[in-house]
Design a protein around this ligand. Structure first.
Ligand SMILES: *[C@@H]1O[C@H](CO)[C@@H](O)[C@H](O)[C@H]1NC(C)=O
Ligand SMILES: *[C@@H]1O[C@H](CO)[C@@H](O)[C@H](O)[C@H]1NC(C)=O
Ligand SMILES: *[C@@H]1O[C@H](CO)[C@@H](O)[C@H](O)[C@H]1NC(C)=O
Ligand SMILES: *[C@@H]1O[C@H](CO)[C@@H](O)[C@H](O)[C@H]1NC(C)=O
Ligand SMILES: CC(=O)N[C@H]1CO[C@H](CO)[C@@H](O)[C@@H]1O
Ligand SMILES: CC(=O)N[C@H]1CO[C@H](CO)[C@@H](O)[C@@H]1O
Length: 564
């Protein structure tokens, strides 16, 4: 009955059907659960044991006793979590989770799952269409990114996704579904990819027991160009993001920066708003100047007014009946350095009292300090920086709650950052300064909590991305954030359940949650609305920030009340 499946391949969940000998839920006649502690310390972990668990009769005690007094297998109690009786009947196969070995593979056969492509191969300036699962495809390599400035491993044929899963169902024996988190990457609608290793989904999938999906969408002008009275209707990138199906009760969309602005646009669109059970928006740029570009939408006439330059520069005559053919013949790399906004009949997302209600929870927040310092050519200046991010992020949440637009809302301010390698907008402003005993930076000293500084913590990829933990809190803090984000996807509440954490042995996160105290939804019981995400002892609830500054700028909490 026992079937051994190496975890190494599973831990990154690269699926393959090309290896004839690969085990599959079908060949085993059982579901496969992959349970690993994954403490985010990478190959420095002391918790090297993981298990592939097969749902064939075998009591928990029997399964564990087979492996002697392997204390590390305690985390398998998680398989009984949420069940009323201790009826767990599992076969556990412990194996190392430190190897980075792709040679052992697992196949899956789903209802004709297409693993590598989620939408039709996009014709330039044409809406993509969601393709339901059709065939089984090898997915061992990252596919090309969408066209972006200076790219090489890129293509217009880029509508692909990556999937990490802690569980492979056998359709014959189980109808269990995991919660799904769908990530929309940021970078100004201009660059980026779902295959960026910063967004490696292993940690969220393995710790959070969710299926994690990252995906590409068209960028730059290729994602948005719209011209009135032509077939160019814009929103190609947004439609790419909208191309997904599945159980609407189990899908949370989340994104950062332009990705968060995308989540916001998807929630505003009748095409996508009813497909999700939750939404998480990290650092949505909104407000004045540069940032307004992300979250205020153009109408087609407004977008058309912007076409002059680009149409002229391509050499395609704007009056040409064959404009589309002409534009499709242009080198795509010459089109992407430009950006355009999403197209909508409404310049702002509908948040007023008359806005349609969306019965889902949202979680939204920003970096705790200076929202900007984000753009290489637009360094931090004034109060206006805060206005871009903070004031209107607060107004969005405040107004949405006041007008009951969402079922409930949680707000946070992120107060610990470790910047992404290769990206330092204003060095060394976004780095904690080194002090004696802290050669990699001392996060207890003041430093700017810059835009995008949350990504490594949210994905648990600090070590994976080669950043050495600066102190003993960096990784436990990331554990806490990973567990918080996935808890929101599983339950709609950004607080991991204590029994869940106990079952998994997430002792650090337990301590964080206890130290931080209750995290109430915005607008409930006069509680302070913002959870400051910081190390144990510094996490707290706070009032909306920068009230005076906001009012001076005319970006008060009521800013969005008139919208839509
Ligand atoms: C452990 O990981 C680090 C970087 O994360 C790498 O430099 C080192 O070679 C790895 N060690 C082993 C034994 O794999
Ligand atoms: C799977 O694909 C085959 C052929 O491509 C088709 O006949 C069959 O109906 C598909 N099954 C499902 C469940 O979509
Ligand atoms: C396009 O460029 C030409 C010169 O190259 C200029 O005369 C014309 O006004 C431009 N048209 C638009 C719509 O900008
Ligand atoms: C908790 O954090 C400490 C460092 O502060 C670390 O040594 C330990 O391994 C962590 N425990 C777990 C369960 O991840
Ligand atoms: C093809 C197209 O729509 N061209 C338009 C570009 O914008 C100018 C000015 O807004 C219009 O006059 C063109 O018709
Ligand atoms: C809230 C906060 O940290 N504000 C800081 C933003 O950056 C400027 C310097 O550019 C500081 O003076 C502010 O205190």
């Amino acid at each position: 009955m026992a079937t051994i499946v190496g975890l190494a391949a599973l831990s990154l969940s690269r699926f393959s059907s090309t290896v004839a000998s690969a085990a599959s839920p079908q060949s085993i006649g059982s579901d496969l659960s992959i349970v690993t502690h994954n403490d985010l310390y990478g190959n420095a972990t002391a918790r090297t044991v993981a298990a592939v668990v097969i749902s064939r009769p075998n009591r928990f005690a029997a399964a564990t006793s087979r492996y002697g007094d392997h204390q590390d297998l305690d985390f398998l109690r998680y398989l009984d979590y949420g069940k009323s009786t201790d009826k767990g009947t599992y076969k556990a196969v412990p194996c190392s989770n430190t190897a980075n070995d792709y040679s052992r593979q697992v196949s899956i056969i789903t209802k004709n799952a297409t693993i590598t492509r989620y939408a039709s191969i996009p014709a330039r300036f044409k809406q993509s269409t969601y393709i339901p699962p059709q065939s089984i495809t090898t997915a061992l390599e990252n596919s090309p990114t969408c066209i972006q400035p200076g790219c090489t491993a890129c293509s217009e044929n880029c509508l692909t996704l990556n999937i990490w899963t802690p569980y492979l169902p056998n359709a014959k024996t189980s109808s269990k579904k995991k919660l799904v988190m769908v990530w929309i990457h940021g970078s100004g609608f201009a660059i980026g990819t779902g295959s960026d290793p910063t967004f490696d989904g292993s940690a969220l999938a393995s710790r959070g027991d969710v299926v994690l999906v990252t995906r590409n969408y068209r960028l730059g002008t290729l994602g948005v160009l719209a011209l009135e009275n032509t077939l160019l209707t814009g929103n190609y990138g947004l439609q790419d993001q909208n191309d997904f199906g599945g159980d609407r009760a189990k899908i949370t969309i989340f994104g950062q920066s332009a990705g968060a602005a995308s989540v916001r646009a998807l929630l505003a669109s009748p095409l996508s708003r009813d497909k999700v059970s939750g939404a998480l928006m990290m650092s949505t740029p909104q407000g004045m100047g540069y940032a307004g570009f992300f979250s205020e939408y153009n109408t087609i006439p407004e977008a058309t007014a912007l076409n002059k330059t680009i149409v002229n520069e391509t050499g395609c005559a704007s009056g040409n009946a064959d404009l589309l053919t002409c534009l499709r013949a242009v080198d795509p790399l010459s089109l992407v350095p430009r950006r355009r906004r999403h197209i909508s009949t409404n310049n702002l997302p509908p948040l007023s009292a008359s806005a349609p209600k969306l019965p889902i929870p949202i979680l939204a927040g920003i970096m705790h300090d200076n929202g900007s310092l984000s753009h290489p050519t637009r360094p931090q200046t004034t109060a206006a920086t805060d206005a871009m991010f903070r004031c209107l992020a607060q107004s969005t949440t405040h107004t949405a709650v006041k007008n009951g637009v969402f079922e409930k809302a949680y707000a946070y301010g992120f107060d610990r950052v470790y910047r992404i390698p290769e990206w330092s907008p204003n060095p060394p402003a976004c780095e904690a300064p080194p002090t004696p005993g802290f050669p990699y930076g001392n996060p207890n000293e003041p430093y700017f909590k810059c835009h995008s500084g949350e990504s490594l913590s949210v994905f648990g990829t600090t070590v994976l991305r080669g950043r050495t933990p600066r102190d003993d809190d960096d990784i436990p803090f990331s554990q806490y954030v990973v567990d918080t984000w996935s808890a929101f996807a599983r339950t709609g509440v950004p607080v991991p359940d204590s029994e869940f954490m106990d079952a998994r042995g997430f002792t650090n996160s337990s301590a964080f949650v206890k130290a931080a105290g209750a995290w109430k939804e915005v607008g409930k019981g006069g509680e302070k609305p913002i959870r400051v995400l910081a190390v144990a002892g510094k996490a707290r609830m706070e009032e909306w920030r920068e009230v005076e500054e906001r009012d001076v700028l005319g970006l008060g909490l009521g800013y969005y009340d008139g919208a839509g």
